[in-house]
Design a protein around this ligand. Structure first.
Ligand SMILES: CCC(=O)Oc1c(C)cccc1C(=O)O
Ligand SMILES: [Ca+2]
Ligand SMILES: [Ca+2]
Ligand SMILES: [Zn+2]
Length: 319
C-alpha cells in the first residue's frame, strides 16, 4: 500500500531530536520510508521472531529515553536513513546493492541482548543488559551493520581471519563516516552504547586500537582461532591505516608518520577498493593493493593521495 511520505519528529536515544521520513496510511503513521527503498523499522517486543512495524498517531516518536519503546526505533530508522543518504550522496549508490535494496531494521530483539548483527536481509539490535551495553542502535553501529550488507553484496569478504578483519574494518570505517555525516563524529566505535558507567571507552578505537586491546600494526596481529580468527581484533590494523590516511599522524608501533588526505578522499579510496577490486579471500596485502589501485584511478599514480595510501599501509606493517 503506497502511503504518503511524511516528516516525523523522532526523539532518539543518542542523536537528540531528528527528522525522520514516515509513511501515512489511512491516518496512521508507519516507521517506513518510501523515499529510501521502502526501508522500515519493526519492534520485536523482546522476542526473537515476529515483530511489527512501529506505528504512531501524531508522527512524534519516542521520548529520548528507553521508557518509550519507540525511542530505539527512532535511532535505528534514523541510522538507516543517514546510511542511505551517505552512500547516495558520496558515491551515487542507491542502497546497499545499488538497486534500492529495502532495509529492515529490527529493534528490541531478544531479552537484554548484548549484540547487533546483519543477517543477510536485516539489521537486528538488542537492548543490551544495561551494564555492558545500552540499546545498540547508535549511528556508528547502524552504519557498521548496514555496511556488512554492502560488503556481502560486493567483495563478499569471507568472515574469518584477514578477510574477516578487513570486512569488520570496512564496517567500522563506514559506520564512522555515517556518524560524521550527522554533523559530529569520532574515531571510537560504539562509544554511546558501551559500558554506560564508564566514560571514554568504546568497543574499538581507530585512532589508537591498543586502547581497546587491538593491534595497530601487522607485527602485532592476533593469530589464534578465537573470534573467527580475530575479525574484531585484527580489524584494528586496517582501522589504523584508514585513520592515518584520513587524519595524518604517526603509528605508535613503527613510529612512521603519514600525511593525511582528509576523511572524504580516504573514504572514496576505501569504497572503490571494496566495490571494484576486492574478492572474498582478499587479505590485508590485497586490500593494500586494492586501495592503491583505487587511489591511482581516482587521483593519479603519482598523486599525494596515492603516496599517502602507500605510506599508511607501510606505517602499519603491510607492504
Ligand atoms: C559496531 C557494532 C558491532 O561490532 O556489533 C557487534 C557486536 C556488538 C557483537 C558482535 C558482533 C558485532 C558485529 O556487528 O560485528
Ligand atoms: Ca563513534
Ligand atoms: Ca562507556
Ligand atoms: Zn561487524
Amino acid at each position: 500500500m503506497d502511503g504518503v511520505n511524511a516528516t516525523g519528529t523522532g526523539k532518539s536515544l543518542y542523536s537528540g531530536n531528528v527528522s525522520i521520513t514516515t509513511d501515512l496510511v489511512s491516518s496512521v503513521y508507519y516507521l517506513r520510508d518510501n523515499s529510501r527503498g521502502g526501508m522500515y523499522t519493526t519492534n520485536m517486543n523482546n522476542r526473537t521472531t515476529g515483530g511489527s512495524t512501529f506505528t504512531d498517531a501524531d508522527n512524534v516518536w519516542g521520548t529520548n529515553t528507553t521508557a518509550n519503546v519507540q525511542s530505539a526505533g527512532v535511532d535505528a530508522h534514523y541510522g538507516a536513513q543517514l546510511t542511505w543518504d551517505y552512500y547516495l550522496s558520496s558515491f551515487g549508490r542507491r542502497g546497499i546493492d545499488g538497486n534500492g535494496f529495502r532495509v529492515l531494521s529490527r529493534v528490541h530483539y531478544g531479552n537484554r541482548y548484548n549484540n547487533a548483527f546483519w543477517n543477510g536481509s536485516s539489521m537486528t539490535y538488542g537492548d543490551g543488559d544495561g551494564t555492558t551495553f545500552r540499546p545498540l542502535v547508535s549511528l556508528d553501529v547502524a552504519g557498521h551493520e548496514i555496511t556488512h550488507g554492502l560488503t556481502e553484496k560486493t567483495a563478499g569478504l569471507i568472515y574469518s581471519n584477514e578477510s574477516g578483519a578487513a570486512n569488520e574494518s570496512f564496517s567500522d570505517i563506514f559506520g564512522t563516516m555515517v556518524e560524521y555525516s550527522s554533523g559530529t563524529g569520532d574515531y571510537l566505535i560504539g562509544e554511546d552504547i558501551y559500558t554506560p558507567a564508564t566514560a571514554g571507552d568504546a568497543l574499538r578505537n581507530m585512532s589508537n586500537p591498543a586502547a581497546e586491546g587491538d593491534p595497530d600494526h601487522y607485527s602485532k596481529r592476533y593469530t589464534g582461532t578465537g573470534d573467527n580468527g580475530g575479525v574484531h581484533i585484527n580489524s584494528g590494523i586496517q582501522n589504523q591505516v584508514f585513520y592515518l590516511l584520513a587524519q595524518g599522524g604517526t603509528n605508535r608501533t613503527s613510529g612512521q608518520a603519514v600525511t593525511g588526505i582528509g576523511r572524504p578522499k580516504a573514504a572514496a579510496i576505501f569504497y572503490r577498493a571494496l566495490t571494484v577490486y576486492l574478492t572474498p579471500s582478499s587479505n590485508f596485502k590485497a586490500v593494500r593493493t586494492a586501495t592503491l589501485n583505487a587511489a591511482r584511478d581516482l587521483y593519479g599514480a603519482s598523486s599525494a593521495e596515492y603516496n599517502a595510501t602507500a605510506q599508511a599501509w607501510t606505517a602499519c606493517g603491510v607492504q
